[in-house]
Ligand binder design. Structure first.
Ligand SMILES: Cc1ncc(COP(=O)(O)O)c(C=O)c1O
Length: 380
Protein backbone atom coordinates (compact mmCIF):
# COMPACT_ATOMS: atom_id res chain seq x y z
CA UNK A 1 0.00 0.00 0.00
CA UNK A 2 1.11 3.54 -0.67
CA UNK A 3 1.71 6.07 2.14
CA UNK A 4 -1.71 7.71 2.01
CA UNK A 5 -3.54 4.37 2.03
CA UNK A 6 -1.44 3.10 4.94
CA UNK A 7 -2.19 6.22 6.94
CA UNK A 8 -5.90 5.35 6.66
CA UNK A 9 -5.84 1.54 6.91
CA UNK A 10 -2.81 0.35 8.94
CA UNK A 11 -3.57 0.30 12.67
CA UNK A 12 -7.21 1.22 12.10
CA UNK A 13 -8.84 -2.22 12.07
CA UNK A 14 -12.63 -2.14 11.93
CA UNK A 15 -14.35 -3.30 15.13
CA UNK A 16 -15.18 -7.01 14.67
CA UNK A 17 -17.97 -6.99 17.25
CA UNK A 18 -20.00 -4.09 15.83
CA UNK A 19 -18.63 -3.53 12.34
CA UNK A 20 -17.78 0.10 13.25
CA UNK A 21 -15.31 1.44 10.66
CA UNK A 22 -13.59 3.46 13.38
CA UNK A 23 -12.30 1.31 16.24
CA UNK A 24 -13.54 2.20 19.73
CA UNK A 25 -11.33 4.17 22.13
CA UNK A 26 -10.19 1.79 24.88
CA UNK A 27 -10.26 3.60 28.20
CA UNK A 28 -9.72 0.72 30.63
CA UNK A 29 -6.66 1.20 32.82
CA UNK A 30 -6.39 -2.52 33.70
CA UNK A 31 -7.23 -5.90 32.17
CA UNK A 32 -8.49 -9.16 33.70
CA UNK A 33 -5.98 -12.00 33.95
CA UNK A 34 -7.46 -15.47 33.40
CA UNK A 35 -4.88 -17.03 35.74
CA UNK A 36 -2.77 -15.22 38.32
CA UNK A 37 0.54 -14.23 36.76
CA UNK A 38 -0.48 -15.19 33.20
CA UNK A 39 0.38 -12.05 31.21
CA UNK A 40 -1.61 -11.53 28.05
CA UNK A 41 -1.11 -8.83 25.39
CA UNK A 42 -2.72 -6.14 27.56
CA UNK A 43 -2.46 -6.13 31.34
CA UNK A 44 -2.18 -2.48 32.40
CA UNK A 45 -2.64 0.62 30.27
CA UNK A 46 0.80 2.15 30.95
CA UNK A 47 2.37 -1.04 29.59
CA UNK A 48 0.02 -1.36 26.62
CA UNK A 49 -3.31 0.00 25.40
CA UNK A 50 -5.22 -1.11 22.27
CA UNK A 51 -5.92 2.45 21.07
CA UNK A 52 -2.28 3.49 21.57
CA UNK A 53 -1.16 0.28 19.91
CA UNK A 54 -3.24 1.03 16.79
CA UNK A 55 -1.58 4.44 16.53
CA UNK A 56 1.88 2.90 17.04
CA UNK A 57 1.25 0.49 14.16
CA UNK A 58 0.35 3.41 11.87
CA UNK A 59 3.41 5.41 12.99
CA UNK A 60 5.76 2.47 12.39
CA UNK A 61 4.28 1.92 8.95
CA UNK A 62 4.57 5.59 7.88
CA UNK A 63 8.23 5.83 9.00
CA UNK A 64 9.11 2.36 7.61
CA UNK A 65 10.13 1.19 11.10
CA UNK A 66 9.76 -2.15 12.89
CA UNK A 67 7.81 -0.53 15.70
CA UNK A 68 6.86 2.74 17.36
CA UNK A 69 6.08 4.09 20.82
CA UNK A 70 3.60 6.90 21.46
CA UNK A 71 4.31 9.42 24.23
CA UNK A 72 2.45 12.12 26.15
CA UNK A 73 4.44 14.83 24.33
CA UNK A 74 7.34 15.31 21.95
CA UNK A 75 9.58 16.15 24.91
CA UNK A 76 8.63 12.88 26.65
CA UNK A 77 9.64 11.03 23.47
CA UNK A 78 12.97 12.90 23.24
CA UNK A 79 13.66 12.35 26.93
CA UNK A 80 13.04 8.62 26.54
CA UNK A 81 15.71 8.44 23.82
CA UNK A 82 18.22 10.32 25.98
CA UNK A 83 17.58 7.84 28.82
CA UNK A 84 19.44 5.25 26.71
CA UNK A 85 22.55 7.15 27.92
CA UNK A 86 24.22 7.12 31.30
CA UNK A 87 26.61 9.12 33.47
CA UNK A 88 29.79 10.03 31.56
CA UNK A 89 28.22 9.73 28.10
CA UNK A 90 28.33 12.58 25.58
CA UNK A 91 25.85 13.85 22.97
CA UNK A 92 26.57 15.80 19.79
CA UNK A 93 23.56 17.84 18.66
CA UNK A 94 22.89 20.35 15.91
CA UNK A 95 23.06 24.07 16.59
CA UNK A 96 19.70 24.64 14.84
CA UNK A 97 17.42 22.64 17.17
CA UNK A 98 14.15 23.15 19.05
CA UNK A 99 14.64 25.30 22.17
CA UNK A 100 13.00 22.70 24.43
CA UNK A 101 15.48 20.07 23.26
CA UNK A 102 18.33 22.51 23.91
CA UNK A 103 16.97 23.02 27.43
CA UNK A 104 16.65 19.27 28.09
CA UNK A 105 20.20 18.64 26.85
CA UNK A 106 21.81 21.55 28.72
CA UNK A 107 19.74 21.96 31.86
CA UNK A 108 18.43 18.48 32.74
CA UNK A 109 20.83 15.89 31.32
CA UNK A 110 23.84 17.73 32.77
CA UNK A 111 22.45 16.80 36.22
CA UNK A 112 23.04 13.13 35.34
CA UNK A 113 26.62 13.77 34.19
CA UNK A 114 25.79 13.66 30.46
CA UNK A 115 27.36 16.49 28.50
CA UNK A 116 26.57 17.99 25.14
CA UNK A 117 28.47 19.63 22.28
CA UNK A 118 26.56 21.56 19.62
CA UNK A 119 27.86 21.47 16.05
CA UNK A 120 26.51 22.93 12.80
CA UNK A 121 25.00 19.93 11.02
CA UNK A 122 25.61 21.56 7.64
CA UNK A 123 29.35 21.04 8.24
CA UNK A 124 30.08 17.31 8.43
CA UNK A 125 33.75 17.97 9.37
CA UNK A 126 32.59 19.99 12.38
CA UNK A 127 30.27 17.14 13.39
CA UNK A 128 33.14 14.65 13.09
CA UNK A 129 35.41 16.87 15.20
CA UNK A 130 32.76 17.14 17.92
CA UNK A 131 32.52 13.33 18.29
CA UNK A 132 34.69 11.98 21.13
CA UNK A 133 35.25 8.42 22.42
CA UNK A 134 32.49 9.16 25.00
CA UNK A 135 29.90 10.18 22.36
CA UNK A 136 26.90 7.85 22.26
CA UNK A 137 24.25 9.90 20.47
CA UNK A 138 24.15 12.26 17.47
CA UNK A 139 21.00 14.39 17.65
CA UNK A 140 19.76 15.79 14.33
CA UNK A 141 16.95 18.06 13.16
CA UNK A 142 16.31 18.80 9.50
CA UNK A 143 15.02 21.26 8.42
CA UNK A 144 16.52 22.90 11.49
CA UNK A 145 14.59 25.13 13.82
CA UNK A 146 14.32 28.11 13.34
CA UNK A 147 16.81 28.65 10.49
CA UNK A 148 15.65 25.75 8.28
CA UNK A 149 19.22 24.48 7.81
CA UNK A 150 19.44 21.15 6.00
CA UNK A 151 21.52 18.28 7.40
CA UNK A 152 22.74 15.50 5.12
CA UNK A 153 21.10 12.56 6.92
CA UNK A 154 22.91 9.85 4.92
CA UNK A 155 26.32 11.42 5.60
CA UNK A 156 25.58 12.00 9.31
CA UNK A 157 24.25 8.45 9.78
CA UNK A 158 27.24 6.86 8.09
CA UNK A 159 29.71 9.02 10.08
CA UNK A 160 27.95 8.06 13.31
CA UNK A 161 27.89 4.37 12.42
CA UNK A 162 31.65 4.39 11.73
CA UNK A 163 32.14 5.99 15.17
CA UNK A 164 29.80 3.57 17.00
CA UNK A 165 27.35 6.39 17.77
CA UNK A 166 23.53 6.16 17.59
CA UNK A 167 21.75 8.72 15.41
CA UNK A 168 18.38 10.21 16.25
CA UNK A 169 16.42 12.61 14.03
CA UNK A 170 13.66 14.88 15.21
CA UNK A 171 11.51 14.56 12.07
CA UNK A 172 8.73 16.87 13.27
CA UNK A 173 9.27 19.56 10.59
CA UNK A 174 9.68 17.22 7.61
CA UNK A 175 7.13 14.57 8.68
CA UNK A 176 7.38 11.08 7.12
CA UNK A 177 5.54 12.51 4.10
CA UNK A 178 8.72 14.36 3.07
CA UNK A 179 11.59 12.47 4.78
CA UNK A 180 11.92 8.93 6.12
CA UNK A 181 15.21 8.99 8.04
CA UNK A 182 15.22 5.26 8.87
CA UNK A 183 15.53 4.55 5.12
CA UNK A 184 18.64 6.77 5.07
CA UNK A 185 20.46 4.81 7.80
CA UNK A 186 19.32 6.73 10.88
CA UNK A 187 18.65 4.63 14.04
CA UNK A 188 15.86 6.55 15.78
CA UNK A 189 13.14 8.95 14.59
CA UNK A 190 11.24 11.13 17.04
CA UNK A 191 8.26 13.40 16.56
CA UNK A 192 6.30 16.00 18.36
CA UNK A 193 2.94 14.54 17.25
CA UNK A 194 1.46 17.79 18.58
CA UNK A 195 2.41 19.31 15.23
CA UNK A 196 1.63 17.93 11.72
CA UNK A 197 0.57 14.49 12.93
CA UNK A 198 -2.25 15.78 15.15
CA UNK A 199 -2.54 18.66 12.72
CA UNK A 200 -5.37 20.63 14.35
CA UNK A 201 -3.80 22.34 17.43
CA UNK A 202 -5.92 20.20 19.75
CA UNK A 203 -3.66 17.43 21.08
CA UNK A 204 -0.20 17.04 22.63
CA UNK A 205 1.76 13.91 21.75
CA UNK A 206 5.10 12.41 20.82
CA UNK A 207 6.49 9.40 19.01
CA UNK A 208 9.64 7.32 18.70
CA UNK A 209 10.11 4.98 15.72
CA UNK A 210 13.04 2.58 15.11
CA UNK A 211 13.95 -0.18 12.68
CA UNK A 212 15.90 -2.41 15.11
CA UNK A 213 13.72 -4.65 17.33
CA UNK A 214 16.41 -4.72 20.07
CA UNK A 215 16.48 -0.95 20.25
CA UNK A 216 12.68 -0.92 20.33
CA UNK A 217 12.78 -3.29 23.30
CA UNK A 218 15.23 -1.03 25.20
CA UNK A 219 13.12 2.06 24.51
CA UNK A 220 9.90 0.26 25.47
CA UNK A 221 11.53 -0.80 28.75
CA UNK A 222 12.36 2.86 29.51
CA UNK A 223 8.90 4.08 28.47
CA UNK A 224 7.13 1.51 30.62
CA UNK A 225 9.45 2.16 33.56
CA UNK A 226 9.10 5.95 33.42
CA UNK A 227 5.48 6.19 32.25
CA UNK A 228 5.26 9.09 29.77
CA UNK A 229 2.69 7.29 27.60
CA UNK A 230 0.03 8.84 25.36
CA UNK A 231 -3.52 8.54 26.73
CA UNK A 232 -6.30 6.78 24.79
CA UNK A 233 -8.25 9.91 23.76
CA UNK A 234 -5.07 11.62 22.59
CA UNK A 235 -3.99 8.46 20.73
CA UNK A 236 -7.32 8.58 18.90
CA UNK A 237 -6.85 12.24 17.96
CA UNK A 238 -3.32 11.70 16.61
CA UNK A 239 -4.46 8.60 14.70
CA UNK A 240 -7.30 10.61 13.17
CA UNK A 241 -4.89 13.40 12.23
CA UNK A 242 -2.58 10.92 10.48
CA UNK A 243 -5.33 9.94 8.04
CA UNK A 244 -5.06 13.36 6.34
CA UNK A 245 -1.34 13.96 7.01
CA UNK A 246 -0.11 13.58 3.46
CA UNK A 247 -2.75 15.72 1.82
CA UNK A 248 -2.35 18.48 4.43
CA UNK A 249 1.45 18.53 4.31
CA UNK A 250 1.62 18.61 0.51
CA UNK A 251 -0.84 21.50 0.28
CA UNK A 252 0.84 23.42 3.13
CA UNK A 253 4.22 22.99 1.35
CA UNK A 254 2.78 24.48 -1.85
CA UNK A 255 1.50 27.55 -0.01
CA UNK A 256 4.77 27.92 1.95
CA UNK A 257 6.78 27.86 -1.28
CA UNK A 258 4.66 30.67 -2.76
CA UNK A 259 4.85 32.74 0.43
CA UNK A 260 8.64 32.28 0.60
CA UNK A 261 8.91 33.55 -3.00
CA UNK A 262 6.69 36.53 -2.19
CA UNK A 263 8.75 37.44 0.89
CA UNK A 264 12.09 37.00 -0.90
CA UNK A 265 11.09 39.51 -3.56
CA UNK A 266 9.91 42.10 -0.99
CA UNK A 267 12.28 44.94 0.04
CA UNK A 268 10.72 45.05 3.53
CA UNK A 269 12.32 41.64 4.13
CA UNK A 270 16.10 41.28 4.49
CA UNK A 271 16.45 37.51 4.21
CA UNK A 272 14.23 34.43 3.87
CA UNK A 273 15.16 30.99 5.20
CA UNK A 274 13.26 28.34 3.24
CA UNK A 275 14.88 25.25 1.67
CA UNK A 276 12.55 25.44 -1.33
CA UNK A 277 14.25 28.67 -2.50
CA UNK A 278 17.25 28.19 -4.83
CA UNK A 279 19.03 30.86 -2.72
CA UNK A 280 18.93 28.59 0.36
CA UNK A 281 22.35 26.95 0.94
CA UNK A 282 20.71 23.55 1.54
CA UNK A 283 18.35 23.72 -1.45
CA UNK A 284 19.98 21.01 -3.58
CA UNK A 285 20.52 18.67 -0.67
CA UNK A 286 16.89 19.14 0.41
CA UNK A 287 15.69 18.51 -3.16
CA UNK A 288 17.46 15.13 -3.07
CA UNK A 289 16.55 14.19 0.49
CA UNK A 290 12.96 15.47 0.78
CA UNK A 291 10.19 13.85 -1.19
CA UNK A 292 8.28 16.33 -3.33
CA UNK A 293 8.21 19.35 -1.00
CA UNK A 294 10.35 21.48 1.31
CA UNK A 295 8.10 21.74 4.34
CA UNK A 296 5.64 24.36 5.51
CA UNK A 297 7.91 26.15 7.99
CA UNK A 298 9.89 29.22 7.02
CA UNK A 299 11.57 32.12 8.72
CA UNK A 300 12.64 35.57 7.60
CA UNK A 301 14.47 38.62 8.90
CA UNK A 302 12.59 41.91 8.90
CA UNK A 303 14.59 44.60 7.05
CA UNK A 304 13.56 47.15 9.72
CA UNK A 305 15.18 45.12 12.52
CA UNK A 306 13.82 43.78 15.80
CA UNK A 307 11.31 46.61 16.33
CA UNK A 308 9.69 46.01 12.93
CA UNK A 309 9.64 42.25 13.58
CA UNK A 310 7.84 42.81 16.87
CA UNK A 311 5.29 45.14 15.25
CA UNK A 312 4.61 42.81 12.36
CA UNK A 313 4.01 39.68 14.45
CA UNK A 314 1.48 41.68 16.45
CA UNK A 315 -0.21 43.06 13.30
CA UNK A 316 -1.15 39.89 11.43
CA UNK A 317 -4.81 38.88 11.51
CA UNK A 318 -4.82 35.36 10.03
CA UNK A 319 -1.34 34.34 11.20
CA UNK A 320 -1.90 33.95 14.94
CA UNK A 321 0.86 34.95 17.34
CA UNK A 322 1.62 31.66 19.09
CA UNK A 323 4.31 29.02 19.54
CA UNK A 324 3.83 25.53 18.05
CA UNK A 325 3.38 24.71 14.39
CA UNK A 326 2.13 22.21 11.88
CA UNK A 327 -1.63 22.68 12.20
CA UNK A 328 -4.29 23.87 9.78
CA UNK A 329 -4.14 27.37 11.34
CA UNK A 330 -1.17 29.51 10.29
CA UNK A 331 0.98 30.78 13.14
CA UNK A 332 3.63 33.48 13.48
CA UNK A 333 6.21 33.97 16.22
CA UNK A 334 9.50 35.60 17.24
CA UNK A 335 11.97 32.75 18.00
CA UNK A 336 14.25 34.97 20.15
CA UNK A 337 11.36 35.79 22.50
CA UNK A 338 9.21 32.69 22.14
CA UNK A 339 10.22 29.22 20.81
CA UNK A 340 13.94 29.76 21.49
CA UNK A 341 13.72 31.91 24.63
CA UNK A 342 15.18 29.00 26.63
CA UNK A 343 18.54 29.42 24.81
CA UNK A 344 21.08 31.58 26.63
CA UNK A 345 21.05 34.96 24.80
CA UNK A 346 24.71 34.68 23.74
CA UNK A 347 24.26 31.12 22.45
CA UNK A 348 21.16 32.20 20.53
CA UNK A 349 23.03 34.98 18.75
CA UNK A 350 26.09 32.86 18.07
CA UNK A 351 23.81 30.30 16.36
CA UNK A 352 22.35 33.02 14.11
CA UNK A 353 18.95 33.37 15.82
CA UNK A 354 18.65 37.14 15.55
CA UNK A 355 16.08 39.31 17.28
CA UNK A 356 14.54 40.33 13.93
CA UNK A 357 13.91 36.72 12.94
CA UNK A 358 10.23 35.89 12.40
CA UNK A 359 9.07 32.27 12.04
CA UNK A 360 5.95 31.19 10.14
CA UNK A 361 4.03 27.95 10.31
CA UNK A 362 2.00 27.93 7.12
CA UNK A 363 -1.43 26.37 7.51
CA UNK A 364 -4.18 25.36 5.13
CA UNK A 365 -5.77 28.78 4.52
CA UNK A 366 -5.90 30.23 1.01
CA UNK A 367 -2.54 31.52 -0.29
CA UNK A 368 -3.92 34.92 -1.37
CA UNK A 369 -5.43 35.57 2.07
CA UNK A 370 -2.14 34.69 3.78
CA UNK A 371 -0.09 36.81 1.38
CA UNK A 372 -2.38 39.81 1.89
CA UNK A 373 -2.14 39.35 5.67
CA UNK A 374 1.68 39.42 5.60
CA UNK A 375 1.63 42.34 3.18
CA UNK A 376 -0.46 44.53 5.52
CA UNK A 377 1.57 43.46 8.57
CA UNK A 378 4.87 44.32 6.86
CA UNK A 379 3.53 47.86 6.54
CA UNK A 380 2.73 48.09 10.27
C1 LIG B 1 10.86 20.31 16.39
C2 LIG B 1 10.22 20.07 17.71
N1 LIG B 1 10.55 18.99 18.42
C3 LIG B 1 10.00 18.73 19.62
C4 LIG B 1 9.08 19.58 20.19
C5 LIG B 1 8.50 19.27 21.54
O1 LIG B 1 7.25 18.69 21.39
P1 LIG B 1 6.06 18.83 22.47
O2 LIG B 1 5.73 20.28 22.57
O3 LIG B 1 4.99 17.99 21.86
O4 LIG B 1 6.59 18.29 23.75
C6 LIG B 1 8.70 20.72 19.49
C7 LIG B 1 7.70 21.65 20.10
O5 LIG B 1 7.48 22.73 19.64
C8 LIG B 1 9.29 20.97 18.23
O6 LIG B 1 8.97 22.07 17.52
Amino acid sequence: MKFRTRSIHVGHERDLQTGAVVPPIHLASTYVQHHAGEWREFDYSRSGNPTRKGLELTLASLENGCGALAFASGMAAIHCVTMLLQHGDHIVAGTDIYGGTYRLLHKILNRSGIDVTLAPLTDIDAVEKAITPRTRLLWLETPGNPLMSIADLRACASLARRSGVLTAVDNTFATPVLTRPLDLGVDIVVHSATKYMGGHSDVLGGAVVVSDPKLLEQLYFIQNATGGVLGPFDSFLVARGLKTLEIRVREQCRTAQRLAEFLESDPRVARVHYPGLPSHPGHELAAGQMDGGFGAMLSFEAAGGAAQAQRLVEATRLFQLAVSLGAVESLIELPAKMSHASYDAAARLSHGIRDELVRLSVGLEDFEDLRADLDQALDA
